[in-house]
Design a protein around this ligand. Structure first.
Ligand code: AQP
Length: 338
């Protein structure tokens, strides 16, 4: 029996990296699942507040993100879709796991080190919630007894931590209440920024031209791809080390070209070898536009259907709470809280 769980922060409209690295796989899993597979997808708003958020903006982003999950093809009759903060068991399990998690291990997490690199001098500014982010993430996955978690490459380390916490908990309390999950890394594991191809495409990057949003118009997509940082080497080759910008565009092309008959990025680059950078960018913009077009249109319709969005969120929260209650009972029994 398989249970799939994954989450995304409602911190803005998802970008192409979120889609190719995670969301598209959520829909593929849903559409090709064996009958006894459970799919649970969460808008992880408690993760979003590990950095300062404007309440009004956050409320709006939650609505937009839910519309987007439906627009990409998640079906609430097949998948449980809910806001994390509507199910208190996530925070409750997080506390219990916090009493098991090692601060040394958490301090070595790449994401923590990256985010704190600029704030070295001021531990006053560094918040406990940001430090314990992976513990909440472990709780998200473990509270639903997920067996498989589809994520982008940047989350692999956090999932390793979740397994460690689950095994540690089970061992300490002589129980099998928690299930160590497997990580499912999407083939498009790391889509890079268009303006800085050495950094991953991200929602929080200050330059909006660094990412393509799933709501971008065709015109905006074309202008962002046209302005993408490449290099002045002649011809098109796939070489992520020496040509990160060009290789990122080839990656995007490879993963968005639905008619592609190529078995690898190298092969698709070979086909483009004699073409200009401009021709490559035009093809990338074409395939991105054809990937995003339908999603964009259905998002616009859904966003205005508040009644439907509220119903989906309420029903999703109810189903997620039931799923979590089973684990919480076993966990509380094991610890001696119940
Ligand atoms: N560039 C990416 N390439 C492939 N997968 C990606 N993911 C995120 N960026 C890429 C995957 O998307 C899922 C949701 O991740 P998130 O909500 O943390 O999104 P984000 O865009 O990473 O958000 P931020 O605001 O930019 O946060 P930080 O700065 O913390 O990364 C995950 O499965 C993730 O792997």
């Amino acid at each position: 029996r398989k249970t799939i769980f994954s989450g995304i922060q409602p911190t803005g409209v998802p970008h192409l990296g979120n889609y190719l690295g995670a969301l598209r796989q959520w829909v593929d899993v849903q559409d090709n699942a064996a009958p006894n597979t459970t799919m649970i997808y969460s808008l992880v708003d408690l993760h979003a507040i590990t950095v300062r958020q404007d309440p009004k903006q956050l409320r709006q982003w939650k609505k937009e993100s839910l519309s987007m999950l439906l627009a990409i093809g998640l079906d609430p009759n097949k998948s449980t879709i809910f806001h994390q903060s509507d199910v208190p068991a996530h925070s409750e399990l997080m506390w219990i796991l916090s009493c098991q998690a090692s601060t040394g291990y958490l301090g070595r997490m790449t994401q923590w080190k990256d985010k704190t690199a600029n704030e070295k001098d001021s531990s006053e500014k560094l918040k406990l919630g940001l430090f314990s982010y992976p513990v909440l993430q472990a709780a998200d996955v473990l509270v639903h007894r997920a067996t498989h978690v589809p994520v982008g490459h940047d989350q692999a380390q956090h999932l390793e931590f979740a397994r460690e916490v689950a095994n540690g908990f089970n061992h300490t309390f002589g129980t099998d209440a928690l299930i160590p999950p497997e990580t499912l890394i999407s083939p498009a594991k790391r889509v890079m920024s268009l303006t800085d191809p050495l950094a991953k495409m991200s929602k929080s990057h200050p330059n909006p031209k660094s990412r393509i949003l799933l709501t971008d118009s065709e015109e905006v997509i074309r202008s962002k791809v046209k302005a993408a940082v490449t290099d002045s080497i002649d011809g098109i080759t796939y070489d992520p080390e020496r040509r990160p910008g060009v290789s990122n565009l080839i990656d995007i092309l490879y993963h968005t070209d639905s008619r592609s008959a190529y078995s690898s990025q190298e092969e698709s680059a070979k086909d483009l070898a004699g073409r200009s950078m401009r021709a490559l960018k035009e093809r990338v913009a074409d395939t991105v536009e054809s990937t995003v077009k339908r999603i964009r249109a259905s998002y616009e319709d859904l966003l205005h259907d508040e009644f439907y969005l509220d119903r989906v969120a309420a029903e999703g929260a109810e189903k997620a709470a039931k799923s979590a209650a089973v684990t919480m009972k076993a966990v509380k029994n094991a610890v001696g809280l119940a």
